[in-house]
Design a protein around this ligand. Structure first.
Ligand SMILES: [Zn+2]
Length: 226
């Protein structure tokens, strides 16, 4: 019987901090003391964040007119089994194709089950903090997005800034996934590497920001026995 090893939980989220990388043009993260223990007897911090800062979830309304917002996604969908697919053989800055998924570097042909959360490890997360990586990261081909929708996964996660290329103007991958009611996890942190080719139990509950397009989440991997 499969067991979930909660005591071996691994954090797959980036820290939200001043100076952290953000998608070019997006709001810079700012954490600023409003009050301090030494001066005011209490620590309080003013936090300025993009809804897509750090490890975060895109809700359908990010690109889809009348799509549901982050607070409207049923919470049970943020906890479930995930398959971790090693596509780090794809050159950084190019598109992961259906063939790349079929020839995942670690593990045999990845098993993608209906209702899985499909997690793509591209290796882009190894470059977190390198300004070049904010524009040059690995993304999904449109055909791969269609393939994952057809495989009926519930969500797609990636360790890159975006599922679409930086140069794109029409965001076809976002539209394909979000338009079919999937949610997207972006900027997963690089400890994902330790689960290549494996199945894990994932918890990725986003902040309950009301009526908007996305929110940062704490993305947690719970290892599973076979
Ligand atoms: Zn996003």
């Amino acid at each position: 019987m499969t067991e979930y090893l909660f005591e071996k939980m691994v954090d797959l989220s980036h820290g939200l901090e001043n100076g952290m990388p953000v998608y070019p043009g997006d709001t810079r993260t700012s954490l600023e003391p409003m009050a301090t223990l030494s001066k005011d007897g209490v620590n309080l911090t003013k936090v300025i964040l993009s809804s897509h800062a750090g490890t975060h979830i895109d809700a359908p309304s990010h690109f889809i007119r009348d799509g549901i917002t982050i607070d409207q996604i049923p919470v049970r969908r943020f906890a479930g089994e995930a398959t971790v697919i090693d596509v780090s053989g794809t050159a950084i800055g190019s598109a992961v194709t259906i063939q790349d998924v079929g020839m995942a570097k670690t593990g045999s042909q990845p098993e993608i089950r209906e209702d899985d959360i499909a997690l793509l490890f591209t290796g882009s997360s190894e470059l977190w903090g390198n300004p070049i990586a904010e524009r040059k990261y690995t993304y999904l081909s449109e055909a791969l997005a269609e393939y994952l929708v057809a495989r009926r996964v519930r969500a797609v996660g990636i360790d890159s800034f975006s599922v679409d290329s930086f140069d794109c103007t029409t965001f076809p991958v976002h539209k394909e996934l979000l338009g079919h009611g999937l949610y997207i996890i972006e900027s997963i942190a690089n400890p994902l590497r330790q689960f290549l080719g494996k199945r894990i139990f994932l918890m990725c509950a986003p902040l309950k920001l009301t009526s908007i397009d996305g929110a940062p989440c704490r993305c947690l991997a719970i290892p599973m026995t076979d």
